[in-house]
Design a protein around this ligand. Sequence first.
Ligand SMILES: Nc1nc2c(c(=O)[nH]1)N[C@H]1C(S)=C(S)[C@@H](COP(=O)(O)O)O[C@H]1N2
Ligand SMILES: [Mo]
Length: 419
Amino acid sequence: MNSDFLATHAILARRYFFKLGAAGMLAMRNHPLLADDTRDDPLATAIASLESWLTRQEDFQDVSRGNPKPHQLPESKKQEVGLTRDTWRLEVISDEQHPARMRSPLTKTDDTALDFDALIELGKTHAVRFAKVMTCLNIGCPLGTGIWEGVPLRDVLWMTQPVQDLRRVFYYGYHNDDESQMFRSSLPVGRVLEDPFDLPPVILCYKLNGDWLSSERGGPVRIVVPEAYGFKSIKWLSHVVLSNIPHANDTYGEKNNDVDSPLKTFCDLFPIANELKAGAPIPLTGWAQVGISGLTKVQVWIHNDDDPEDDRYSTDAPYFAKAPWRDAQILDPPDDWGGGIPDGKIPGNTIGFDENGDPGTWPMRLTKAHWAMLHPGLPAGKYTIRCRTIDAKDVAQPMPRPFRKSGHAAIQSYRITIR
Ligand SMILES: Nc1nc2c(c(=O)[nH]1)N[C@H]1C(S)=C(S)[C@@H](COP(=O)(O)O)O[C@H]1N2
Ligand SMILES: [Mo]
């Protein structure tokens, strides 16, 4: 661990204790981390070892289909199939089955397909960037958080001069020229043309955390849909199809997924030791995904497995609604956002942040927040730890949308033994 890293997190820890008021101040005064020593303090150690808010491109978890996976092709093959910045070209065409009427499709045959230089040129006047957590609808944990940058898809869509019969936009990327490997996603055209509820636009993304989008993250260009789960953000983008089809035709829909589901609010605990000492304070930290409905609280409940009274929480009230949940502390914005962005600072003109790189609201929708709690300690026994979010509409996880195939949001449980 380098000293910069510890310094950043010492600030985090200091903020945590300030927020706890008088008791926190007392704890802080005797706090080993603040005396440059993290070894003996469990909460300080836990906060100090938290992941950074932004994720380095190479540290994202990868969800890529394909045999071989397009990002693993040799450089020469990438050149050949347009998976490098100097060979990439995007076709924007009409759907043969459900044609949309457009005056000037962008095609390779007519040599009107959009190349990378033209996209960057558009970017000089039209580029936007915003923070977003990339999460797989089917995996319990976010894959990474980034500052995604690119040109709104609508600016390229309008280049084709669509006239009528346009209801849906679908798109896919390079898939080894094998139809069965195609991974396609789709959006109502309205979502491409307009940004409801103050959402950032759907973009043709070519930068992540200030660097060119890497091949593994879907470079040269991927779609990024701010409010959606990962499967809408198609990597190695090669085709955008304007269609009159009246419904979704996402590949992900074929596997029983709810393809219209925006990001949910939910949280989880970072792993802790499963055997702890009786009476010793228990440091708990975790993350929360801030979905479309925002986040106001993270709460923790530790249940004694032998306590018969507590059975009622699981039988009468769904999702442990009546359990004695206790509020954890949602951590403030970090000073260093991490992820490899220059100087650890959010650049100007990032949607949702001001000119100094400070967030306009916190926690920030469609991203992630970290939380911490110091439990005073427990007598010997077996326990189950659970955590849950309360969204900005005061709805507790996993409501209001508890179904698994619209995005993971189940309340996780962790068994611990206190000796
Ligand atoms: N072309 C293509 N795009 C894709 C995928 C894919 O397999 N092929 N996987 C999708 C899924 S299911 C997810 S969750 C995200 C993951 O993004 P990441 O690998 O950058 O973390 O990419 C999406 N885009
Ligand atoms: Mo996914």
